[in-house]
Design a protein around this ligand. Sequence first.
Ligand SMILES: [Cu+2]
Length: 735
Amino acid sequence: MNRIIARHLVLPAAVAACAVLSAQPKIHPFEQPPRLKEITTPPAALAAFAGRAVAQTCDPQGSITRDGNMVSVKLDFVRANFTINNPDPSDAYGGEDPVTLRSYGGCKSGPVIDVLPGNTLRVELRNQLDANDPSCLPNPPAGLGLNGAPGVGCFNTINLHTHGLHVSPAGNSDNVLLNIAPQTEFPYEINIPADHPAGTFWYHAHRHGSTAVQVASGASGILLVHGSRRYKAPTPSDPHPIADIDTILHDARGVPMPEQLFLFQQIAYACFDNDPNFGGGPWQKIYTTAGLYDSGSKGSDPKGPANAPWTCPAPSPGNYVSRGAVENFPLQLDSPTIWDTNGRFTSVNGIVEPTITLPAGEIQRWRFVHAGIHDTINLQVVRAAPIGPTNLIAASALTGNREQQQKEVASSCPATPQTLLPQFEIASDGLTRTRIRMLSGKGGYGSIGSNYMQPGYRSDILIVFPEDGDYCLLDQAAPPSERANNGGRGQGPGGQGPSKQQLLAYIHVRGGHPVEGDLETYVRQALYDGNPELPDSVRNGLRSGDIGPWAPFTELPPPSPGHVQRADFQINFPANAPPLFQINGKSYDPSVINITRQVNTVDDWLLTAEGEPHIFHIHVNPFEVMDVTIFGPNGEQESIFDAKGNCKESMIKPDQQGLVNQYCDMYHTFRDTIFVENNYQVHIRTRYDRYIGEYVLHCHILDHEDAGMMLNIQLVPDLKAPGGGIGMGAMSHGH
Ligand SMILES: [Cu+2]
């Protein structure tokens, strides 16, 4: 590791000369998220993952024990002290901001949990937070809660949601209606069915009212279901045998493609002035470059503290600056533009702008998880300008706050059709696609090389770097006219981004072997060459991008007539009252079942959003994206897709990141989370497979969810039977 650092620390003279404030930029090597200590030897199917020695600088609190199909995880939920690197040279802490955050396991990212289909995942969740929780009082102090949005608060009460897993939502399983109070332990038991698809999933806090505060603190981790089911030929009785993409991602000798995990977090820490003489209690005043930001200064002055980057001044006698924390919902989370203005960086496995080093010519599997709460990440991989005046990317040496870095990023990481590196997406939301989707700068519809990720999304890509050089992993900014929040009507600020460019990681490609020619052909040929045991027709399919045999789902049957549900997302602004965050005209009421459906039936859903875009997520079952339509000039609906399922050329603008583009290549794919843009209608279909119980659908902009944008849905065995098939029809629960 030291050698890598030394090699890239050679700074061009221009940088060295102006780097007065910080002696030299500190390089932060890319790290995988931490893994828990394995008490037992993992089974062979996991040895390459769970058993491997991954460089990690944080040992999470807890452990994993495996006994046959039983996987027992001990996991502590704690308030942990650590630092988050800050590239701003004026940072008072020398580039390492001290923070105190709620965390699964005590590290910046939750530990990775590796499981197999058929495993029973037991999680002994120990909530070690302080039982004295002022945010849980009936009338919490001003900032700790959200006036008018009942339920926001109890930031020390948690639970555990396994996002994307097809498991029971009831009892001790993936039940987000549970409240695990501080100083209690709870045994989760999640039965992952033997026919569960392998893929990239994640877990996060989901207790209504504290979800956003906790996830914005980093309370999330990656959950991988690894699969070893090899391709089987279809038969009349089993026309689509289950097979895992994991089994074909290797070379001809069986050496697996190296795999990297990317947990993107948007940790919204602020340093507060916690003057004990201030009557309103702690967590009311945030330090910014424009003075203190509090509920009284939450105005619209563009130069005021409400719109200034947050800072962490050094403590001194007479000032009571806190460590970085996420404690104040209205100030830190409840604004569509706060992630733009607060100056914080999207981190990768807890590290801001880490440096990845890898060889040319090596095909790697990168698993992306968007664990942020709020803002779009528009992922691009871009070849750095080879001879910049400063060559900051080569030196891993960008300094400055986000604002200051933007100019450098734009010149060092120019995104053009020539510089964009293709991403070959093999799975979206953890579920293997039927065809490899190429995101590239070269030709074709939607081909702007961008991988739009909304909070909750996952994307698995294959990537290969053709030659030595320096590259940028970018969250690319969209021009104002194409920002999600604009709604196509020229209104509003650029909330829910991506409105400001950010470098997510430096990529240094050194050694290996250069790739001549077309990367798509190279990747497809590698899959062909790596799997000589497959039947010729299937193997030839790989050479044309067909990975259908490893996709877990085939087309859903149409629903019975009348099986149409709606989810209309809307923020309503009543006079003289706080805004109401609603779905279908209702804010969340934990005591009400909003929708009751029968298990093993199929529904179509129509998703819409008004005013600003929202993100639909439903638990337990994935859905199939049937269509996306847009209002035509006369109010009629027009599909964005042509007859083949490709985005219509007339709908997209070449070389730009139009809003339509993020839906291109979603036609008839399966997902569990989807962006719902203003003026669009998203048509999805889902089968309520296997599991009964109560669970939720909600906006995955998590401050919206906490503020009320969530519904309860109940699945029952039989809608026509007494009690929906649950209990005795005439059963009385009273006395
Ligand atoms: Cu929303």
